[in-house]
Design a protein around this ligand. Sequence first.
Ligand SMILES: [Fe+2]
Length: 402
Amino acid sequence: MAPTASFNPPSADLPGKPFVPEWIPPAVTTEKHNFAQLKSIDLSLLDSEDSAVVNDLIQQVKVAIRDDGFLFLENYGVSLEQLHRQFALAQYLYNNINEEDKERLLFDPDTGVWSGYKHPYGFKRHRGPPDGIEQFNWYKPDWQDIPNRVPSCLHPFMDEIESFCNYLTQSVNRRLLTLFSRVLELPDDYLWNNVQSHGSPTGEGYFRHALFRPVQKQTEEASKGLRMHGHTDFGLTTLLFSVPISCLQIWGRDEQWYYVPYKPGALVINIGDTLEIVSGGHFKATRHRVFKPPVDQLNEERLSLVLFNSSVGELRMQPAYESPLIQREGCVEEQGVYKEFRNLTSQGKLVPTNRQWREIQIATCTDPTDTVRNRVGADQVLIDGKVMHQREYMGVKVVLPV
Ligand SMILES: [Fe+2]
């Protein structure tokens, strides 16, 4: 294959663009315990003309997504300098967004989307206890109406942000879906053409600038150090940029939480529910959460950039039975949402559409600071002596580690 084009964004120095201070990555933790060892995939190898190299890459991906559901992606076409510019823009947002924009663009999760500005008071439109998390999320309508739907301080830089999202979706995610299609032994564009949503720089998914500020003692006590509940992402793939402040944790096969280590410039890829279902459980939707960082990073702010790729909203997901892998090995009934969807189907019931599946979860999201819901007898249950978070969405039971 010809080498894939690298990211080539519009210039940061165009006339009219205000000066944006550099983003200086905070210091990495010295803590070494409880860190996961994730496999790293070199995406540029997909361009190799040596079929043995490409086949080896596919095997590496196959093992990584079956074992961990999480992997690092490197050499995907965005340089460290280009990436740091995008972090600088996110930092600029939180240093410059005005109160009027925070109010005007305030999100409304009851609608089933995160679109807009999230205040640092929980995941509802009304203010709850402080959680120290601010976000701005771009969905399809936000790209289409920048003057009315994006904070004014970012207007001069939307060319760069949009081109970044286009590259991530159209190039990085597309190549990733090629790898996953090949693991399923399907045509290269199977997942891209049949499952990935299109029509905007983020399809039906969204791009996020998030800022996690250190929290007060009261918040930490209420949430027991949790910043976001254990969950799986409801979409296809999630592209998170590895950051120095260690808060992201994944649930290991040994049923313990592990921090994801920092790998400068790398993308952390996690598998969403849709991909778990379409692969018949061969790919695991990654269980992850956001937790307080190790002690030496407790007073640091954590800036995070994430692209959530969504599947086509009107589809009701089922395994890609034409996959030779699934035909040969059957589906994997081990865990998770695929198994729940299959149970519904086997009872002759309709599974939720992708849109219903993501919107119900957003609309009913609860906060880690919610001490009423987060207890056994309410949203939590004891299973084999372990406290688990149990929810039910449209007849689909979801049980996740706390
Ligand atoms: Fe997530």
